[in-house]
Design a protein around this ligand. Structure first.
Ligand code: EPU
Length: 420
């Protein structure tokens, strides 16, 4: 991808459905033999991988312009390594397979560029529901003769686990008796999944708090659901507006999902106007450096950390960014430095001294949000930036280059789009 920097962004952009909501919701279709309809599903490679996994498990899967239909009449309980290894979120099929079939085999996800990403909390939760967990030949085998509700604490060293909360909810909805999840994640994506499970007939209370109570039911049925807007895509475009915009509006969003980012942008000196389903960012006057820490929702999202680092690199003064969720998630810093950013990393805190002007350079994307950060930095840079390994960005942003070009950017793909 080649980004020709220095152009001013202006106008409005429509935000797609949330990747991190859609992935576990697609996995939830495994819980029923009935027909399930999911709307507002973004066209992303991670979604494509999940649909492939569902097909390989035996589901009938159809997809047309953002609407996915799944029918899991007869399913297998083993997901093959070749596809599972491509996406860490494949672990979220463990919960529904265990819930419905009392058995699941999925490859253990390998290392990840944003740091060590264990799934010990998911597995401990399954054990507490009565399953046995075995890791053999690189696969996790989870088996249960029967699942019994239990009290499970999912709070780990770095806070609650988002996919872990989803996985345990999906196993517990079909367990006997009552399950209490303490230290549950409160992210909007967890709430969206719980809403789907409730539409399917599950009995869940306390969603959106750190204590979720689930009364197991015997059977679940089909559903129709519209996935919530992607708050991370929305946040990325707001930061694009901050870094290179005059007046930019993000539409089809839920503004309250972005409160922590809005507070940060306001503190930095940007004007923000929120309406029911949109936010407009306007850039006037001088900007101030920030001191930000990533935290579980409603705190500042780790998935926006890299993008905000790109913005802070362009604001005069000394900013700091501390990463509490994935303390090693700083691969983007070395690439930003190649573009002239002045950043020093100490443990999990980056000290960013704003520079007057970033300059275009050849850089390499290391993961999804890091690649978004490089695109944002490139928008503000002098001269062209060539970003390689942009397949990372297609995992989580639907046509980011096309959307930015509509706002006035000039971004070219020098190799063809990946077609799914
Ligand atoms: N953790 C454990 N043990 C576990 C699970 C997690 O120690 O069993 C730790 C992790 O290593 C991390 C922290 O707990 O330090 C939080 O991880 P979490 O489990 O919440 O992450 P996740 O559920 O695997 C989801 C998103 C990520 C997002 C995180 C945090 C999906 C598909 N992924 O991952 O999104 O960063 O929550 O909000 O929902 C992205 O979209 O770019 C992305 C990485």
């Amino acid at each position: 991808m080649i980004v020709h920097g220095g152009r001013t962004l202006q106008g409005e952009v429509f935000i797609s459905g949330s990747k991190n909501s859609a992935l576990p919701i697609l996995a939830a279709t495994l819980l029923t033999r009935d027909h399930c309809i999911i709307e507002n599903v973004p066209d992303l490679s991670d979604i494509h991988y999940m649909l492939t996994i569902l097909s390989m498990l035996g589901c009938e899967v159809e997809r047309a312009s953002g609407v996915v239909q799944v029918k899991a009449s007869h399913i297998k309980t083993e997901a093959p390594y070749e596809i599972v290894r491509k996406m860490r979120a494949s672990v979220c099929i463990l919960g529904p397979l265990l819930g419905r079939e009392h058995a699941a085999t999925v490859s253990l996800p390998g290392g990840c560029v944003i740091g060590d990403r264990p799934i010990d909390l998911h597995l401990r939760g399954f054990e507490e529901l009565g399953a046995t967990v075995q890791v053999k030949g690189g696969d996790i085998h989870v088996l249960a003769s029967h699942l019994q509700g239990a009290t499970i604490n999912l709070r780990g060293k770095y806070g609650p686990t988002v996919l872990g909360t989803g996985n345990i909810m999906m196993a517990a909805v079909l367990a006997d008796g009552m399950t209490v999840i303490e230290g549950a994640a409160e992210e909007p994506e967890v709430i969206d999944l719980a809403e789907v499970l409730m539409k399917m007939g599950a009995k869940i209370h306390g969603v959106g708090t750190s204590r979720i109570v689930i009364e197991g039911v015997k059977e679940l049925h089909g559903f129709t659901h519209t996935v919530i807007p992607d708050r991370i895509e929305a946040g990325t475009f707001l930061i694009a507006g901050a870094i290179a915009g005059k007046k930019l509006t993000v539409r089809h969003i839920i503004p309250k999902h972005l409160d922590a980012l809005l507070r940060a942008l306001q503190e930095a000196g940007f004007d923000l106007t929120s309406k029911k389903e949109s936010i407009t960012i306007t850039s006037n006057g001088p900007k101030k450096p920030l001191h930000i820490e990533t935290l579980p929702f409603p705190g500042f999202a780790t998935d926006l950390q890299a993008q905000l680092c790109a913005m802070l690199s362009t604001i005069e003064g000394v900013s700091t960014m501390t990463e509490h969720i994935f303390p090693q998630r700083f691969m983007h810093l070395a690439e930003l430095k190649r573009m002239g950013a002045n950043i020093e990393l100490n443990g999990a805190t980056a000290t960013i001294i704003g520079v007057h002007q970033l300059s275009g350079a050849p850089v390499m994307a290391s993961d999804l949000r890091a690649s978004a950060a490089l695109v944002l930095a490139a928008l503000a840079a002098d001269g062209p930036t060539e970003i390689s390994r942009v397949y990372h960005i297609d995992r989580g942003y639907e046509g980011i280059d096309k959307k930015l070009n509509k706002l006035g950017a000039r971004i070219e793909r020098v190799s063809p789009d990946i077609s799914f």
